[in-house]
Design a protein around this ligand. Structure first.
Ligand code: HEC
Ligand code: HEC
Ligand code: HEC
Ligand code: HEC
Ligand code: HEC
Ligand code: HEC
Ligand code: HEC
Length: 395
């Protein structure tokens, strides 16, 4: 268990210690380029996603951004990230399923929704426990998990809704055996810190000035969850104070590759977040920044292999394998004059690596999808590599 993590960690340190190197093709400057823990990033100056220090008045909301960034706002609204949370009263799933039931003998669970209120009731052995269903987390691409209020304590529901089975099943990572008692059939009580982190990743401005205030949170990952509070930016831009305006908003487009991947990693889990927590189980397939950092393609971080090289955070995920070919070929082609491929990391210096097997649909073979029965769905492995039949999933 320690072996691989140790190697990865050393690999990252080594990369940071290499001399300055600027590929001609990388337009933007490589700034401070050591990977960091999200907790370290959050202690730094300025905005970082999931930060909790700003005041409510510093946020203006997506509608204000949309006045000037119409196109971005239009497409971002359609992404699962923008719908990563919903109040129970606004949840599509609960509205269209007024009753949901599930049995984990000896307990039965019933979720009932009437107009704006939903209840989560577990009964069995002559007892019952009932809580108010406050929020549903997850856009419902794979599943939704509920935040329950039981006598002022917030629980993560033992059951989640999965669209692929159009029903309930055990929440991933929760115990799957026979529940020992009523409470474990109900859910897992969350510490204040865990709940705040949950909302920080799934909503916008849920904690302000370090005060958790979910009632006034904006559901989902909206503009200001990534770019930081924008009231000052909007005000300056309205007054045509361009310099003050750009200074007042975070533009991740100015980042080098390591910082850019750590940026998405504030929620998707940065490489060091995973290695320091020793999270070496197959479930870490969900932590793309960590998986990518294991890949040899990342052996020399480069803007052509960051999250935004393949994904526009303002648009929906592209599901056609062919779309990604150009992203790979940017480095893996005889034409790509590229220091990474020709440099010290290439086992055959001077010879760009090209595929002996195929010249299209690269991701279908080199970024395999793994089915996870707990999620009733599959995840894409971002550890880009040669996969041979019978290979174990590399933790
Ligand atoms: C009054 C118009 C206006 C409003 C409102 C506005 N912006 Fe901007 N924004 C601009 C202009 C003008 C620029 C500079 C040109 C460009 O990049 O589009 C800009 C640039 C940006 C940039 C790039 C910054 C850079 O350094 O290049 C980001 C990110 C951004 N805006 C986000 C937001 C967000 C988030 C909101 C809402 C909180 C918002 N804007 C509201 C006008 C506005
Ligand atoms: C503030 C937290 C946060 C940040 C920062 C963040 N994400 Fe996400 N992202 C999420 C959450 C939460 C989901 C899950 C949405 C859902 O419920 O399906 C998600 C889902 C996604 C998806 C999957 C969409 C789908 O169709 O299933 C992609 C792709 C993605 N994010 C890319 C990025 C990229 C690229 C970045 C960095 C530029 C980034 N994210 C930064 C929170 C975040
Ligand atoms: C550190 C940030 C973070 C925290 C904390 C967090 N999530 Fe998420 N969550 C994400 C991201 C990122 C995704 C998208 C994962 C993916 O599909 O790649 C996600 C996805 C989900 C999904 C959709 C299923 C899936 O995996 O795609 C559900 C449901 C969910 N989270 C519920 C919760 C609940 C409930 C809590 C707290 C009790 C929580 N999450 C805490 C970042 C976070
Ligand atoms: C998941 C994180 C995330 C969210 C949510 C997000 N952005 Fe961005 N945005 C980014 C990143 C990362 C970049 C830099 C992209 C790059 O350089 O390739 C960016 C770039 C920009 C830019 C400058 C370049 C461009 O594309 O015009 C503007 C303006 C902008 N975002 C506005 C917005 C607005 C408005 C919203 C809300 C409607 C929003 N963003 C939501 C991550 C996000
Ligand atoms: C070289 C291209 C590439 C890069 C770089 C990349 N992705 Fe992906 N990503 C993909 C492909 C391909 C898919 C699967 C699309 C499909 O078929 O559904 C995907 C899917 C996803 C999903 C949906 C969940 C899943 O497992 O299928 C999320 C979330 C995501 N990527 C986040 C990220 C983040 C965060 C980063 C940066 C660490 C990143 N990606 C970097 C190509 C890439
Ligand atoms: C930023 C440039 C870059 C991009 C983009 C890139 N790679 Fe790579 N890739 C590399 C480098 C560098 C190596 C390692 C070369 C070496 O060590 O000899 C590598 C190695 C590989 C290997 C061999 C891995 C092994 O374990 O032997 C495969 C397969 C691969 N890449 C496939 C892909 C695919 C598929 C894509 C697109 C999804 C992609 N790469 C995108 C730079 C890149
Ligand atoms: C049908 C599956 C498949 C597809 C599609 C595919 N590859 Fe491969 N690729 C392989 C296999 C298998 C190997 C290992 C070949 C061997 O070592 O005999 C490989 C090897 C590689 C290597 C390592 C070459 C070396 O010299 O070590 C790279 C780089 C690579 N592929 C990139 C790509 C790129 C880029 C694409 C898309 C343009 C792609 N592959 C499409 C199966 C595939």
């Amino acid at each position: 268990m320690f072996g691989p993590s140790h190697k990865i960690f050393l690999g990252l340190v080594l990369v940071a210690a290499l001399p300055e190197w600027n590929p001609a093709s990388a337009q933007r400057q490589d700034h401070t380029e050591a990977s960091e823990l999200t907790s370290q990033r959050l202690r730094g100056q300025g905005w970082w996603p999931t930060k909790v220090d700003n005041a409510r008045e510093e946020f203006v909301g997506t509608a204000a951004c949309a006045a000037c960034h119409k196109q971005v706002a239009l497409t971002q609204r359609g992404t699962p990230m923008a719908h990563a949370a919903a109040r129970a009263s606004e949840s599509e799933v609960l509205r269209s399923n007024p009753t949901l039931t599930f049995s984990t003998p000896p307990f039965q669970t019933l979720i009932t929704s009437e107009r704006v209120s939903s209840k989560y009731i577990v009964s069995g052995g002559g007892e019952s426990m009932s809580g108010q269903l406050l929020w549903s987390m997850g856009a419902g691409v794979k599943g939704q998990t509920f935040i329950l209020n039981y006598l002022g304590i917030l629980f993560e529901s033992q059951l989640s809704y999965f669209p692929s089975i159009n029903g309930l099943d055990i929440t991933p990572e929760h115990p799957r055996g026979t529940p020992q008692h009523l409470e474990s059939a109900f859910g897992a009580p969350q510490s204040d810190k865990a709940v705040q982190r949950c909302f920080a990743c799934h909503t916008t401005a849920s904690t302000v000035r370090r005060q958790f205030d979910p009632d006034r949170a904006t559901p989902g990952v909206t503009c200001e969850a990534c770019h930081g509070p924008g009231a000052r930016h909007a005000k300056a831009m309205r007054a045509n104070r361009f310099k003050a305006g750009t200074d007042a908003i975070l533009d991740p487009g100015s980042f080098g590759p390591v910082q850019l991947v750590d940026f998405c990693g504030a929620c998707h889990r940065a490489p060091l977040d995973v290695t320091s927590a020793k999270d070496f189980t197959p479930l870490n397939i969900r932590f793309q920044p960590y998986r990518l950092s294991k890949s040899r393609c990342w052996s020399r971080p480069d803007l052509r292999i960051t999250c935004v090289a393949c994904h526009n955070p303002h648009e929906r995920l592209v599901r056609e394998a062919g779309f990604y070919d150009a992203k790979c070929i940017a480095c893996h082609s005889a034409a790509a004059t590229h220091a990474t491929i020709d440099g010290p990391h290439n086992s055959q210096p001077g010879k760009p690596l090209t595929c002996p097997v195929s010249n299209e649909h690269c991701v279908a073979c080199h970024m395999p999808k793994y089915q996870d029965p707990q999620f009733h769905g599959s995840f894409t492995d971002h550890d880009i590599r040669i996969v041979r039949l019978g290979d174990q999933y590399p933790l």
